[in-house]
Design a protein around this ligand. Sequence first.
Ligand code: SF4
Length: 511
Amino acid sequence: MANNPSILLIYPPVAKPCEPPAGVARLARVLRAGGVDCRVYDASQDGLLALLQLPLEAEDTWSHRALIHREDHLAALRSPDLYRQADRYKRAVMDVNRALQLAGQPAGVAISLANYGSKDLSPVRSRDLLRAAETFEANPFFPSFSNKLTALFRDREPAIVGFSINFMSQALCAFAMIGFIRSRFPATRIVCGGGLVTSWMHIPGVGNPFQGLVDDLVAGPGEAALLTMAGGHPPGTDTGPSYDYAAFDRARYLAPRPVLPYSTSRGCYWRKCAFCPEKAEKSDYRPMAPAAVADDLAVLAGASRPLIHFLDNALSPRLLAHLIDNPPGAPWYGFVRVTPHLADPDFAAGLRAAGCVMLKLGVESGDQDVLDALSKGVDIATVSAVLNNLKTAGIATYVYLLFGTPAEDLARARRTLDFTLAHAHAIDFLNLAVFNLPAYSEEAAALPTVPFYDGDLSLYREFAHPQGWQRDQVRRFLSGEFKKPAPIRTILQNDPPFFTSNHAAFFRMRL
Ligand code: SF4
């Protein structure tokens, strides 16, 4: 190990500070098993908590209250009691978020627990990202990341720094950090990967728009590329767990018990839904052997009984059946496709007994024609049976609906409203989204489009809706009609602000 270059992996702000970053933990595991000296730095969690320590001025009563109580709120967000009182929880989250807003104001940026927005710089324009790198001292996280990076480099200078950039909310701060490292430690090799970088690299002709600043952009899983750069050896017959979370300070995350993010597969076993990047990017489906998942979870979960957050695009029925027979010994939740298995009372009861507290379901629409046009492979009667069955089994449901798809019109959107009302008793949480047309999907080629955001890294395009059901009409329908009935308002009020599904399960489990 001594002769290999060392690597520092960074998770930049802003991402929800409630669980450690799985992609970084996975890379760290593979690199260490390959003999590479690898350290990790969750700059998002660290940076957000540092902002919340700043001495700040309040001009109104709410801000004053938020600043006075921020330490108490942070402590409460890490304790079970708060998750038994929805109103207190919401107040704590909104106050903490208010304090973050105040911390961003001097720099002219909007910081929240889940987002980062600048009025001057856009994360979908490469020239703005380069500008963020040039003006790194103006970034509100600069004091925390410059101190931490300086200490890490002083301790042991890494030859390679890898950034895991998964969300648009991380891009501008990632580039500010890159600008700092380039300016202070110019010999460092800088590598960027993660979900957002992977999507950028699928933009035709994009190349590396950050030449001279970023040395390498890696699409897809980064293990092999980083191992090669660092001169590590393939892990070989090493059979340890797939993630290394040991270096993350679990006690600092805003959750009432540790969360263990874990993926049993890459890609999606279905890979047919229209507009889905898994289909457009033709990603392979690579599941782990179920027995290996069970072994892994037994080691990773240990005695701490974390909440397991399955990150798979969709947990396969085969894996679910394995979990029923081999419960992981800790509560868990994740995304599933709606399949007939879930309408089977014994299967659902088995899932519940195996620790399943919540399932996330991409229902998308209550109209069969829309579901067929999206190639969801689901019939609406099965969706109905699944929701009722999961309710009976005691498994909470987090339902995702998508409005404004090309096959939808007002009448079909109203069918989704009727379906939701008819199943409101069986829906715990609802996510309502307005459809964005992925710019490089197969289906986009058949629609007349114009750029959605002005930016070379924009992943979406505006389109002329075939039924004239445009985004502003969809939004008016959602606010003026869909969200009005009391049963739907009640479900929407259940949604944890900012943390959404990452905290939802805590409200449906014994803590
Ligand atoms: S199930 Fe989800 S990930 Fe799989 S193809 Fe459909 S939308 Fe994509």
